[in-house]
Design a protein around this ligand. Structure first.
Ligand code: ATP
Ligand code: MG
Length: 312
């Protein structure tokens, strides 16, 4: 069977403030609309690497939705899982950077088309063809979406597939209670856990402040592979057997949004395709670095040839 990687969640357009510290409380100029949404960026990166990629989401019957679908289709994503809802509007987000590491968002998601995505939008037949399902924590902003994730987990796991989980925590979403409850449930089924270093506390602070101790606890819980993303400092891989570390490439930081999604998609795809762990990690690190050098969240996805060119 050919390898198919599926994911689901927000598909939106993003507008990016032109100036650092521009904020949203006075008029200013923005770049955009750009195709965006963490799961959509992940799916786009999987497809660009040449693997079968399936995204489940919803858009409105509007130009933003058309643009998103056209981009994903052009890059090779299977868009059969994207529903066009006649009475809803495509999601949107505004982002303003304070520094390279800090940014503010205004999301229009729960009331948008992708906020209406539910288990009934997931075609069981399409999902039945998938050997892997990826979950973005940023997608768990409503009961409907959490329900859809549970359905996908159960179908893919029943077929012997694997699950990856990137918490992708947005501070704007942390007060959503069902989200943190869903995290606990998802961790029980997670094979690949892909947090940022700053998110780790959230998954073990009550028990330990020591990163290695948190990692050990998560591995003891049954997670097989943990990859911690460290921004410019690269990334680290942990299993019960192995540890590997890579340092980020010294590239110009143009727009860091989406780097983690490109990193995760590359690591998971190449690992599942049979690459060794150090090799999958090195390629993922290069994919992350390429993503930050391009303006626009999905504009920085890359092909295997582009990744290999950076790796020399
Ligand atoms: P996001 O959620 O915004 O997509 P993230 O927090 O999930 O990002 P990061 O750690 O920011 O993930 O980035 C993922 C990977 O991209 C890093 O592990 C690294 O390989 C690469 N990367 C990110 N920022 C930089 C940087 N400034 N310089 C070089 N490489 C970077
Ligand atoms: Mg992320």
């Amino acid at each position: 069977m050919k390898m198919t990687i599926a994911t689901l969640g927000e598909l939106l357009v993003e507008f990016l403030a032109k100036k650092e510290n521009q904020g949203f409380s006075s008029p200013g100029e923005f770049w955009g609309p750009y195709p965006s949404g963490a799961p959509a960026i992940f799916a786009d990166q999987v497809a660009k690497l040449g693997f079968q990629s399936l995204l489940f989401s919803c858009v409105g019957n509007d130009a933003f939705g058309e643009m998103n679908i056209a981009r994903l289709r052009r890059d090779g994503v299977n868009v059969k899982g994207i529903s066009v809802l006649p009475h809803a509007t495509t999601g949107s987000a505004f982002v303003s950077y304070r520094s390279q590491a800090q940014r503010d968002f205004i999301f229009n998601l729960p009331n948008s088309a992708c906020g209406l995505l539910s288990a009934e939008h997931l075609d069981g037949k399409l999902l039945g063809q998938c050997n892997h399902f990826h979950i973005m924590g940023s997608s768990l902003f409503s009961f409907r979406l959490i329900d859809a994730v549970r359905k996908a987990i159960s179908i893919v796991k029943e077929n012997g597939g694997t699950i990856s989980f990137d918490p992708n925590i947005r501070k704007e979403m942390l007060n959503i209670r069902e989200m943190s409850q869903a995290f606990e449930y998802i961790l029980d089924y997670t094979d690949f856990f892909l947090p940022s270093d700053g998110e780790l506390d959230y998954f073990g602070l009550s028990k330990s402040r020591d990163e290695l101790q948190i990692v050990e606890n998560l591995l003891a819980r049954g997670i097989k592979h943990i990859v911690i993303k460290r921004g410019p400092r690269g990334a680290s891989y942990y299993s019960t057997q192995e540890q590997h570390h890579v340092t980020g490439y010294p590239v110009d930081v143009v727009d860091p949004t989406g780097a983690g999604d490109c990193f995760g998609a590359t690591f998971v795809s190449l690992f599942l395709a049979g690459y060794s762990i150090p090799d999958a990690l090195a390629h993922a690190n290069a994919a992350g670095s390429l993503a930050i050098s391009t303006r626009g969240p999905m504009e920085g996805t890359s092909t295997l040839a582009q990744i290999k060119a950076l790796m020399g």
